[in-house]
Design a protein around this ligand. Sequence first.
Ligand code: HEM
Ligand SMILES: *[C@@H]1O[C@H](CO)[C@@H](O)[C@H](O)[C@H]1NC(C)=O
Ligand SMILES: *[C@@H]1O[C@H](CO)[C@@H](O)[C@H](O)[C@H]1NC(C)=O
Length: 335
Amino acid sequence: MPPNTPIFVSLLFLIFPFFIQQSNAYMELRPDFYDESCPRLPMIIRYHIWAAVQNDSRMAASLLRLNFHDCIVDGCEASVLLDDTRDMKGEKNAPGNVKSLRGFEVIDGIKADLETYCPQTVSCADIVNLAAREAVYLVGGPFWHLPLGRRDGLTASLKSVLAQLPSPKASLENNTAKFISKGLDLKDLVVLSGAHTIGFARCVTFKARLFNYKGSGNPDPDINTAMLSDLRSMCPNRNDGTGANLAPLDVASYDRFDNEYFTNLIGNVGLLESDQGLMADPQTARMVREYSFDPNLFYEDFSESMMRMSLVGVMTGREGQIRKQCGVVNNDDGY
Ligand code: HEM
Ligand SMILES: *[C@@H]1O[C@H](CO)[C@@H](O)[C@H](O)[C@H]1NC(C)=O
Ligand SMILES: *[C@@H]1O[C@H](CO)[C@@H](O)[C@H](O)[C@H]1NC(C)=O
């Protein structure tokens, strides 16, 4: 700049880069976002996730799923954590989430600690993403450098869940369309389904495959016969409490993050219709074989897709707020 540039022009040059940043929302996210404002954050997350999984090994899976359900419905803005209010039917009690999502108390525990050490600084949306990242790593999965700086949303919608959440009974085509509408793609769907290497599903989510597949009166022809009889004794054809019984999503190792989910699909022992369905399409079946063959490729692609998912519909800058409690919107100035 020449030395005699008028002061207002110099000012323009100073603030111009700021505008560029604002207009490109997710460019503002960065892994070191809280390094100065909350240096204890990594330690607090690590401790809480360790303690939660120590107490209940399924919690690693539950926190990973919570991250998916938050991001895929209206973006990663912690809307899934909001309790219903008199004027708002949110995501928590929507079909697919109610009596199914777990881990809210772990997120609340982390938030409570963070409010002591760095009040009103770390968003619930970032906590959900960090918790999942830490949980995956703790049970043997990959680690990725998660960009941070998300803000928390001000509302949640039951209707959004009905419209946007994939279903275990929907076709591959229909579930893929839901990923695509979020800027994700078929590869993200396949590799992220590898999350089903940990955790459990209730009988109600796959029972139709055992007794009455697509209204045929017969089981799904794509189930391994030994697995079929095991699952039938665990999930009898009755409408009683057994619908809530749990079967492991990965029969080989439900509490270890590995690539056996994909090997299972090749052996026809995938649990959900949407899991085994990945073998019915040549393009997805090829990816399944690749991930079964090469665990490192799975880890690399899983990390990449988790980062892509973590950027879906994020709020940054002055959007939204930093909640004080993850289950409720702040009712003050909304900082
Ligand atoms: C095509 C998309 C998907 C469908 C249809 C689907 C469906 C399901 C269903 C029905 C369950 C069992 C729920 C219950 O019993 O109440 C489940 C569990 C689970 N899902 Fe998915 N899922 C999908 C993608 C994903 C993705 C992308 C992730 C994470 C990145 C994920 C992570 C998990 C985990 C970890 C569990 C076990 C949770 C626990 O044990 O608490 N799923 N999924
Ligand atoms: C430990 O896990 C059980 C469920 O397995 C849960 O009811 C309990 O609240 C957990 N306790 C702590 C301290 O997290
Ligand atoms: C796929 O979506 C279409 C349009 O919403 C719907 O009519 C159809 O029943 C769905 N099919 C499956 C198998 O989910």
